[in-house]
Design a protein around this ligand. Sequence first.
Ligand code: ADP
Ligand code: AMP
Length: 213
Amino acid sequence: MNPQLILIGAPGSGKGTQAKNLIDNMGYKHVSTGDLLRSEIAKESELGLKVKSILADGNLVDNDTVLELLNANCELDGFSYIFDGYPRNLEQAEALDSHVLKGANSIAVYFDIDLEILIERIVNRRTAPKSGEIYNLVTRPPKVEGKCDVSGEDLVHRKDDNEDTVRNRMNIFKDNVDPVLAYYESLGRLKRVDAKASAPEVYELIEKIIDIK
Ligand code: ADP
Ligand code: AMP
């Protein structure tokens, strides 16, 4: 069984893109706390209404709420998962170990990249929620403007993918990431990939990490 994979990286560093490839090619299941929160907002559930403005401003939802949502949406039970967007701070990293992984074999992969490059990536991101495809108007444009190549659905420009919100999200990332990396490093569970390489190159690096384990 492949190890549980914890993807850590700034917004736009390529976690979702690699998760999609790993799901399609290696049978991983995917849990993205950002996707789960956006889906609650779309449903206008009580939780969705509570977190809507937090996501719009690019701030973090409180740890207890996100852990509860995560736990309700992943059941390890013989499956290999990709954790995307969780953990985002040390308390979440500890909670992932004690409440979700509970000793399961896991690796944290850090998407290492200069944050300035990411603004351009993010403002040009377009997503297809049903197929899970992720486009970029500059580096991976869809064949037909505004439509997914795979499903034909309308592409979405996330509300929080604007420059102001992105800068706030980057600052929050910078403020929280070091203790998370130190945590996994101290446990011998941290691997780093050069996330400015092309998406296929990053995929190869991750494949190697999984094969070694
Ligand atoms: P994250 O999930 O970490 O926020 P995404 O996977 O959604 O990041 O990628 C953000 C944007 O950058 C998307 O538009 C995607 O197409 C593009 N992208 C992803 N990986 C790469 C890469 N290695 N090189 C260039 N652009 C990339
Ligand atoms: P993402 O899709 O990972 O870019 O996340 C989008 C937004 O969802 C973030 O800017 C936060 O507002 C919220 N969010 C996602 N994951 C978490 C988390 N682990 N902890 C707190 N907030 C989160």
